[in-house]
Design a protein. Structure first.
Length: 220
């Protein structure tokens, strides 16, 4: 596999043509900051940018971060990043399917403080799928849906634990419904505006397991 090394805040991040990161991942990493001494699971981890962002914050470094990724090449990139930057004490790579208990059970049921996720944005049969197979897996709900991510978070999170996700704006109502169905109450929504229109393009959402109703909504 051909890869590139991206210098990011003093960290060598390994990426490839098929496994990169965008502004949405940076926004999610910023949204999830402040996780000092927490145990964190990053689902749909891709090249591992969110775990890297969290582990690179010296004032709020989590106690442990599990990076869960189904694609072998992406998981290998995270492993290279972890090795080259001596992050093995913070980040553990879990290569597997988040829909399977065999993937989640070694992490532990109801023991996680924070779950982060930047899941595929587009549902199946939502039009022409662009990109390579790896890129399609990351962008379209071929192997993972919003429901799959929220169910995994419900399994992992302790009482009062938080789920933080990034998703495209048209799926906001759907996302809220799925979270509530799985005992994760939305507590904060941040709308990310489009550069071309006055409408929201993306949103960041934070929910608390077994939380009380009440949500704060802001613009980025």
């Amino acid at each position: 596999m051909e890869y590139e090394v991206f210098g990011f805040k003093g960290i060598k991040l390994f990426i490839s043509e098929e496994h990169r990161f965008g502004t949405d991942s940076l926004l999610l990493g910023e949204f999830a900051a402040g996780s000092k001494r927490m145990t964190v699971v990053d689902l749909c981890s891709g090249c591992g940018i969110v775990p890297v962002l969290l582990s690179g914050n010296s004032k709020n470094t989590p106690k442990k971060i599990y990076a869960v990724e189904i694609q072998s090449q992406a998981a290998d990139l995270i492993r290279q990043t972890v090795h080259e930057n001596n992050l093995g004490s913070f980040i553990e790579v879990i290569e597997g399917d988040l829909r399977e208990k065999e993937t989640l059970e070694p992490i532990g049921r109801e023991r996680i403080d924070l779950v982060t996720a930047n899941p595929p944005y587009y549902p199946k049969q939502s039009g022409f799928e662009r990109g390579s197979n790896a890129q399609k897996t990351a962008r379209y709900e071929r192997d993972c849906t919003i429901t799959d991510v929220v169910k995994a978070a419900e399994f992992l999170l302790k009482f009062g634990g938080e789920l933080k996700m990034c998703m495209i704006a048209p799926r906001l109502a759907e996302c809220i419904g799925i979270m509530r169905e799985h005992s994760i109450e939305p507590k904060e929504i941040v709308l990310i505006p489009s550069k071309k229109t006055k409408t929201a393009r993306l949103f960041l959402i934070s929910g608390k397991k077994n939380g009380k109703a009440g949500v704060r909504i802001t613009w980025k």
